[in-house]
Write a protein that binds this ligand. Structure first.
Ligand SMILES: *Cc1c(COP(=O)(O)O)cnc(C)c1O
Length: 232
């Protein structure tokens, strides 16, 4: 399949999964995860109408945002930072990020807030939660979430829009379903705590499991290899 056919197939699968959860395909945002792939691939997907792109490493993100604006006449796109951010790299995000998916510590929020405040900017963030219990994963433990959200309210430039997670890699998709369901139920308690009037975003699901994630309520899926091809 070429890029156009792959994009169409993913969009069709998103649409079908959304229908199974009583929603529409347009209720789910597809973030195309371009990590390790050249900026030319980003441009060609953008020309096919793809709007949202994600990177997990800050250096690659900085380089790609720079390279992309150098294309003249390229379609407008939105960049998502989806991976762990070290505090000393926090400033690299500012002004270039549509949504930061991996807020995972109060100290990071504090650092971001200081820099945002100086620039009179704000940043939409999702809180990363470790729902799989794997020690190798970043993210808060589910039982830390309520007090985390309370502490973040001291930093008004940080706009919490919802939650993000990565499920445990598995061959059996039914083992990830409860992990996604857990994130959704956590988001409901965050919504109540923050007095959200809108539904919080749930960024969950990747190439191997985005359909299950959508069935369980994902509003954002992050798909890399199914769109761009296998990573080296
Ligand atoms: C790489 C990555 C993805 C996409 O993974 P694929 O399996 O290639 O779809 C999603 N989320 C995060 C945080 C990633 O780092």
């Amino acid at each position: 399949m070429n890029q156009k056919e792959r994009l169409q197939q993913i969009q069709d699968e998103i649409h079908e999964a959304a229908k199974r959860s009583g929603r529409r395909g347009s209720d789910v945002t597809l973030v195309a995860v371009s990590k390790t792939f050249p900026i030319e691939d980003v441009l060609s997907f953008a020309k096919l109408g793809q709007v949202d792109f994600g990177e997990n490493k800050i250096q690659e993100f900085v380089q790609k945002t720079k390279d992309y604006v150098a294309f003249s006449g390229a379609p407008a796109i939105r960049w998502h930072v989806i991976g762990h951010l070290q505090r000393n790299k926090a400033k690299e995000l500012l002004g270039k990020t549509h949504l930061f998916h991996a807020l995972d510590s109060v100290r990071l929020a504090e650092t971001l807030h200081a820099q945002l405040n100086e620039r009179k900017q704000s940043l939409r963030c999702l809180v990363q939660v470790n729902v799989s219990g794997e020690e190798s994963k970043f993210g808060l433990q589910p039982n830390e979430l309520d007090s985390f959200v309370d502490q973040i309210s001291a930093f008004p430039t940080i706009k919490i829009g919802g939650l993000m997670t990565l499920a445990a890699p598995t061959e059996n998709l039914e083992t990830v379903r409860p992990q996604f369901a857990l994130l959704r139920s956590l988001s409901e308690s965050v919504r109540d705590r923050l007095d959200f009037t809108i539904t919080p975003e749930l960024s969950m699901g990747m190439s191997s499991d985005f359909e299950v994630a959508i069935e369980e309520g994902a509003t954002i899926v992050r798909v890399g290899s199914s769109l761009f091809g296998e990573r080296a």
